[in-house]
Design a binder for this molecule. Structure first.
Ligand SMILES: NC(=O)c1ccc[n+]([C@@H]2O[C@H](COP(=O)([O-])OP(=O)(O)OC[C@H]3O[C@@H](n4cnc5c(N)ncnc54)[C@H](OP(=O)(O)O)[C@@H]3O)[C@@H](O)[C@H]2O)c1
Length: 306
């Protein structure tokens, strides 16, 4: 498994992260088998959030590792997130600490390797975030921190008060949903891709050694489903299938390889509940697409080169 340097840490992390958002319906035994299969593939990085499955994703995961002495906590990298509540966002100190305590209880662990702020909260008071992070770190409950869906200036605002480095920014990215790449090329043009939706987050993260974790790597925009095999993306799927044939991997594997080919050194956060699909993604991660192949997929998804 390809490893990346995680943010400014010394951690060598797998480039494929096992996302747990959709795993809440597994039984404890199924989850245990899923975790073992992932570990067998050298995938030891698991992405959670307090809200996934209403807490059930963390609970089932925690139960699945709790009684299994063959799984050592120190061999796992467990990341969770907080800040989304029912009908509003909440990055207050009180909520951050309560959320982490509840995640730890559900996960049957004493610490999170990484805590992410799930979404920017319009009412955030960065001094409170700083106080929460200090308390969680001093108590040994969280070892490192990051954000998700944050713009550069929002990260800068947090950094004015937060002492700990922010190592990660988890953002939606797939071949079709790649405005963060498009607006870096359609500079000063009158085209859809020229619109900067994210404050140049890609360059900002590279400049500051913040690892981008690509969420929903196989999805279309706005939760409209998977682009793979979808007639809306006929040309893209034809190009993906050609490369899947050339490299002897799955179409999903090629879609992962496209993200990993970017020199920012990102991680792909998968959402599959299927071991076979995960194995295909792991094989795809070994493929190094050529520059021409990378651009061909980009253009086939409907992006332009000015
Ligand atoms: N930070 C955030 O705001 C945020 C938001 C959303 C998600 N996330 C994280 O990102 C992870 C991934 O998100 P996601 O689940 O939306 O991503 P995804 O990997 O793009 O989508 C996975 C879903 O697509 C299905 N699927 C159907 N055909 C597929 C194909 N050919 N290839 C791949 N998947 C196919 C999978 O079904 P099968 O199970 O049958 O394979 C699964 O239900 C989540 O688990 C979570 O950890 C973070």
């Amino acid at each position: 498994m390809k490893k990346i340097n995680l943010g400014q840490t010394n951690i060598k992390a797998p480039s494929i992260v096992v996302g747990c958002m959709r795993l809440n319906e597994k039984s404890k035994e199924e989850m245990n088998a899923f975790i073992h299969s992932a570990l067998d593939m050298d995938l030891n990085f698991f992405d959670h959030a307090d809200i996934y499955g209403g807490g059930q994703s963390e609970s089932i995961f925690g139960e699945a590792i709790h009684d299994d002495t063959s799984i050592k906590r120190e061999d796992l990298i467990i990341q969770s997130k907080c800040g989304i509540r029912s009908g509003y966002y909440d990055l207050s100190k009180k909520h951050i600490i309560k959320s982490v305590d509840e995640s730890l209880a559900r996960l049957h662990t004493d610490y999170l390797d990484i805590l992410l702020l799930h979404r920017p909260d319009a009412l955030v008071e960065p001094e409170e975030v700083a106080a929460a992070f200090d308390e969680l770190m001093a108590a040994g409950k969280v070892r490192s921190f990051g954000v998700s869906n944050h713009k550069p200036m929002q990260i800068e605002l947090l950094k004015k008060y937060v002492k700990q480095p922010l190592h990660i920014n988890q953002m939606q990215l797939s071949i079709p949903v790649s405005n963060m790449i498009a607006n870096g090329m359609e500079v000063n043009m009158d085209s859809a891709g020229s619109v900067d939706h994210d404050g140049s987050v890609l360059d900002y993260c590279r400049l500051n050694d913040i690892t981008i974790q690509a969420w929903s790597p196989f999805q279309k925009a706005n939760w409209r489903g998977v682009f793979l095999g979808d007639s809306e993306y006929k040309e893209l799927n034809e190009e993906i299938d050609k490369l899947a044939g050339k490299y002897g991997v799955t179409a999903t594997g090629i879609a992962a390889a496209w993200i990993l080919r970017h020199p920012a050194g990102m991680q792909v956060v998968t959402g599959t509940a299927s071991i076979d699909r995960l194995a295909g993604i792991v094989e795809g991660a070994k493929v190094e697409l050529t520059r021409e192949e990378w651009y061909k997929l980009y253009l086939a998804a409907g992006h332009i080169l000015p």
